[in-house]
Design a binder for this molecule. Structure first.
Ligand SMILES: [Zn+2]
Length: 133
């Protein structure tokens, strides 16, 4: 077993993970600068929301445009089509179930697309503000 290769691989994987969480971190910084407080980032709720405003019972999800099939940016992969289609449909179904289950608990879910957070953070912030005010 080549330890070095293994290390390198886990380094690469952590880089990929970091890239995946970037919109969420960006948005957190953005709303923090606007003075938004009172949320948790690791709330143990269904669907593991990116932000959870405990007092307001608002759960914020930032959905990856690929993984959740954004109508604006999603492009189906050219290879392993069946695999990806099933995988992404599972995600979408899980999102729907998550929203229903949260609403049953009196929690209000908000979903932003990754591209919205990247391109229009101000709009996302305004929408969030309305929901938590
Ligand atoms: Zn998108």
């Amino acid at each position: 077993m080549d330890v070095h290769t293994k290390k390198q691989r886990s380094y690469n994987m952590s880089r990929i993970r970091n890239r995946d969480t970037k919109p969420e971190i960006m948005f957190r910084k953005f709303i923090w600068a606007k003075g938004i407080r009172g949320y948790r980032t690791n709330a143990k709720l269904k669907g593991r929301p990116d932000l959870y405003f405990l007092a307001k019972k608002v759960a914020v999800f930032i959905d990856g445009c690929f993984w959740h099939q954004c109508p604006d940016c999603f492009k189906a992969p050219k290879t392993n089509k069946k695999f990806w289609r099933e995988k992404i449909h599972q995600n979408i179904n899980r999102d729907l179930k998550t929203d229903i289950s949260l609403k049953k608990q009196g929690i209000n879910p908000i979903r932003f697309w990754e591209h919205q957070v990247k391109k229009e953070p101000e709009e996302c912030y305004k929408e969030l503000l309305q929901r938590i005010s």
